[in-house]
Design a protein around this ligand. Structure first.
Ligand code: AOF
Ligand code: ZN
Length: 373
């Protein structure tokens, strides 16, 4: 299939629109749509929140009767099912659109090609694959969950030049600079959920929420605070050490405490839930946890924890991406390391990663790595 430079331009616009939903659409994907007739944009829209209209509906509303015989550029195959909203494929058919170009197919088993089929059956020309790689990046969490039944796991590591995360006495405030810390807030904001442990809660008493006021001004201006979503905080707490007095409970977004025992939460706020899961050698069975989280519609899981959970997740091949913030400091070899890998003895067995991108944030670097097979 060949696409013209103009096709690329319109799809890029649809991708930019889709990205505006990146902090709000979870558990749904971020999707954008542009309607074009005789080279003119007649409607554009994006999906803002689960339960609210899909991108195509927003664009069709704007175009009104002009949508007849238009071309639709959509970043994901239009849906074919009745979910929280009616099928977009039907909306496009009813509006009389003549052509639909999708960046990629929707792997959601409720859709998976049926959206395009519905359009074709109605005599609409369809094409797929325009700027697909960019569309994949935008929804890597949603797509991974649909394809594998697991969340897309991102492990955040903040370290010195010599790969240390804290001094021997635990002091780690602050290794990275302000821009890197603001970037972490953005990454948290994009995540469906944040995973940590009771050890981290007991040591640092973090709130693990998004401080919207720490995000860049242009982002703050784009969103009304009341529309923003806080990620779910998930804490592995086998020994029930997390208390109702911890900072976690000072912001009223969901907290899920995970352990293998029955837990009475009557002293905890209503937004706190318990997930009961088996443990292996006193540790939560992490693969089972991931399956459970995917069932609960967690697309992107952002992990901020200590070296133990980081190491175990890496060992069990459950980390999809490392997000590493590197500060220009040297902490020396008595300082604490990034992750514990007690079973690793041979260099040939060292987990390997593929560099995806590097970005400068003030004096710090942000490097993203994907797990190699
Ligand atoms: C589209 N356009 O803008 C989005 C789509 O429960 P619902 O009705 O919101 O449907 C959610 C599913 O629809 C989601 O899992 C994904 O497969 C698809 N998302 N589809 O045509 C959109 N957000
Ligand atoms: Zn739809």
């Amino acid at each position: 299939m060949t696409f013209s430079p103009q096709d690329q331009e319109f799809m890029q616009l649809a991708l930019d629109l889709a990205a505006r939903g990146r902090f709000t659409t979870s558990p749904n994907p971020s999707v954008g749509c542009v309607l074009v007739k005789q080279g003119q944009i007649i409607g554009q829209g994006f999906h803002f929140k689960a339960g609210e209209p899909h991108a195509e509906v927003m664009a069709l509303r704007q175009a009104g009767v002009q949508a007849k015989d238009a071309t639709a550029y959509v970043t994901l195959e239009p849906c074919s099912h009745y979910g929280r909203t009616p099928p977009c494929a039907k909306g496009l058919i009813d509006a009389g659109v003549s052509k639909v170009i999708a960046a990629m197919l929707d792997p959601n088993p409720q859709v998976a090609g049926r959206g395009l089929q519905m359009l074709q059956d109605a005599g609409i020309e369809t094409a797929v694959g325009l700027l697909q790689e960019k569309a994949e990046v935008l929804n890597k969490g949603f797509l991974h969950r649909m394809r594998t039944g697991l969340p897309f796991v991102q492990l955040k590591l903040a370290m010195s030049l010599d790969g240390r995360t804290a001094m021997a006495n635990g002091d780690s405030k602050w290794i990275t600079g302000e821009l890197a810390r603001s970037d972490v807030q953005q990454e948290r904001a994009k995540a469906s959920a944040i995973l940590s442990t009771s050890a981290t809660v007991l040591a640092d008493d973090p709130s693990l929420n998004v401080r919207w006021q720490q995000l860049p001004a242009d982002i703050q201006q784009q969103y009304a605070i009341e529309n923003l979503r806080q990620p779910i905080r998930i804490i592995l707490d086998c020994q029930h050490r997390v208390l109702p007095t911890h900072q976690l409970f000072k912001t009223d977004s969901p907290v899920w405490l995970v352990s293998d025992k029955v837990r009475d939460l009557s002293d905890y706020p209503d937004f706190c839930q318990h997930i009961q899961l088996k443990t292996i050698e006193n540790q939560t069975a992490l693969f089972t946890l991931m399956q459970e989280l995917a069932k609960r519609q967690v697309n992107n899981l952002w992990v901020e924890s200590g070296a133990t959970l980081a190491g175990t997740l890496i060992e069990q091949k459950l980390v999809n991406e490392l997000i590493v913030y590197i500060a220009p400091k040297l902490l020396g070899d008595q300082a604490k390391g990034l992750c514990k890998l007690p079973n690793l003895h041979q260099l040939s067995q060292a987990p390997q990663w593929q560099l995806q991108s590097v970005e400068q944030l003030g004096d710090d670097l942000k490097a993203i790595y994907r797990r190699k097979a």
